[in-house]
Design a protein around this ligand. Structure first.
Ligand SMILES: Nc1ncnc2c1ncn2[C@@H]1O[C@H](COP(=O)(O)OP(=O)(O)OP(=O)(O)O)[C@@H](O)[C@H]1O
Ligand SMILES: [Mg+2]
Length: 441
């Protein structure tokens, strides 16, 4: 397994250090070149002096003197201004046809020397000319060599120092990135422990989506947790109420305070039904249950609801044609039980109305339940399908658990469909369900 820190470190430092070294080499080379040009130019400035000296003195010397001059000084002492500086100069004198007349030293390897005159240096009569050379390794004086050495040492120290700084910065940079993930890890741990109020510090734009994703996740989990807490508070209250009614009735019967009448038994049964209903709804989220399908005549089945809400709400059914569709009966009833109970519950108008519209488009079955109730706030539309969500938390209605639409959504998903809501506060709510791949008769 690779270590991110090492990789970041290498990616950041290697190119920078290679760049730094190349820069260093280029600077040193440039500096050497420039310095050498300056030094060589100094010789060029003296070409007239050399010329005069060589043409006047050397060419007129006897061979013997030349020998001694060569032998002793290699021109050193005879060269004004060059004393102690460059013992190794060389020259060649040519006649006008380019034939060598003199060479000093007589035989020298031209590769070891640099020519310092660009153009031919002619004598007065212009019948002879001269090329001047200097030995490559004698361009610099000792002082100049020392200077170059010191320059090299100091610039190398600077290079090492800069590489050190690069290492430091690269290390810090990779640590910064890793720190972000370490902090993330801590935050995940906080979330896992149920502390959802997290704020992640981040200074990199690229990590922003990741950071806000985690923060959003935490706030969603927080909401979910709050709803779950609400649910537990409500459900314990909801369960306690029927249980205490049942208990009081049974105790009353046992203590002969209440009559063991059918009337009381009915009351107990009613409360037991309520409990059973609660359990059924909670159990709905268990998907492992196998569901049997049967043919359902929609029009016939929906008539039951008209009957049920007869005195409470006016229900109108709009269907272009009747459909017999294969569906799980329990699912079918759960969908309409929930949608119609909502249409009734969340309607404060005197004349409560509800319209059930059913259409078939190709293989899709579209169900709409539209009421003239109090509607849903824009910002809550997305939330109503979440389990345990209730728009009005203060509702004491013990049938309200915030589970109805979540259950409906779950069913709809099982039939490869979707659920949607349109609503205007104070006017209407329209729940639309689209179901796909159903069998019809
Ligand atoms: N037809 C509607 N008109 C206005 N608000 C609605 C309507 N249907 C749902 N809501 C809002 O959406 C919330 C969630 O509805 P849902 O049916 O999931 O839960 P519930 O009715 O509160 O409880 P339950 O259905 O479990 O008894 C409701 O509390 C209500 O605020
Ligand atoms: Mg409901």
């Amino acid at each position: 397994m690779k270590k991110l820190k090492n990789e970041l470190f290498v990616y950041f430092t290697v190119p920078s250090i290679i760049g730094l070294i190349l820069l260093y080499v280029a600077i040193i080379a440039f500096f050497n070149y420039e310095y050498r040009t300056i030094v060589l130019n100094r010789f060029k400035d003296r070409i007239p002096i050399f010329k005069e000296h060589i043409f006047k003195n050397y060419t007129n010397m006897h061979n013997k003197d030349r020998m001694s001059m060569r032998h002793h000084m290699r021109m050193r002492n005879n060269m004004p201004d060059m004393r102690g500086r460059i013992p190794y100069m060389a020259f060649k004198i040519y006649d006008k046809n380019g034939k060598i007349i003199h060479s000093e030293p007589p035989f020298f390897d031209q590769k070891e020397y640099i020519k310092i005159n660009e153009n031919r240096v002619m004598n007065e009569e212009k019948n002879k000319y001269l090329n001047l050379y200097i030995k490559r390794n004698r361009i610099y004086s000792k002082r100049e060599k020392d200077f170059l050495k010191i320059l090299f040492i100091y610039s190398s120290i600077l290079l090492i120092f800069l590489i050190g700084i690069f290492f430091y910065i690269a290390n810090k940079f990779s640590n910064n990135i890793l720190n972000f993930f370490m902090k993330m890890k801590e935050k995940f741990f906080c979330i896992a422990k149920g502390n959802y109020d997290i704020k992640i510090e981040n200074k990199y734009e690229e990590f922003e989506p990741f950071k806000s994703g985690v923060e959003d996740m935490a706030s969603l989990l927080k909401k979910e947790e709050e709803r779950r807490k609400d649910f537990i508070t409500n459900i314990s209250h909801d369960i306690k109420t029927p249980i205490s009614i049942i208990k009081a009735n049974i105790e009353g019967i046992l203590d002969d305070v209440l009559k063991d009448s059918k009337e009381n038994m009915k009351l107990i049964l009613q409360e037991v039904d309520k409990l059973e209903n609660f359990i059924k709804r909670i159990k709905y989220f268990d998907l492992t249950e196998k569901k049997e399908k049967e043919w359902i005549n929609i029009k016939k089945d929906l008539k039951k609801y008209k009957e049920k809400y007869k005195n409470l709400m006016e229900i109108r059914l709009s269907m272009s044609q009747n459909f017999v569709v294969k569906f799980n009966r329990n699912d079918f009833e759960t969908i309409f039980d929930n949608l119609l109970s909502n249409a009734y519950k969340y309607n404060e108008k005197q004349a409560k109305k509800c319209m059930i519209k059913i259409q078939k488009q190709e293989n899709r079955l579209i169900i709409r339940v539209i009421d003239n109730g109090k509607g849903i706030k824009e910002e809550n539309k997305k939330l109503i399908f979440e389990k345990f969500y209730k728009q009005d938390k203060s509702r004491t209605d013990r049938h309200s658990m915030g589970l109805g639409l979540a259950i409906v959504k779950k069913i709809v998903n099982q039939y490869e469909g979707y659920i949607d809501v349109k609503s205007k506060e104070g006017f209407y709510t329209a729940i639309k369900i689209v179901l796909r791949n159903l069998d019809y008769k």
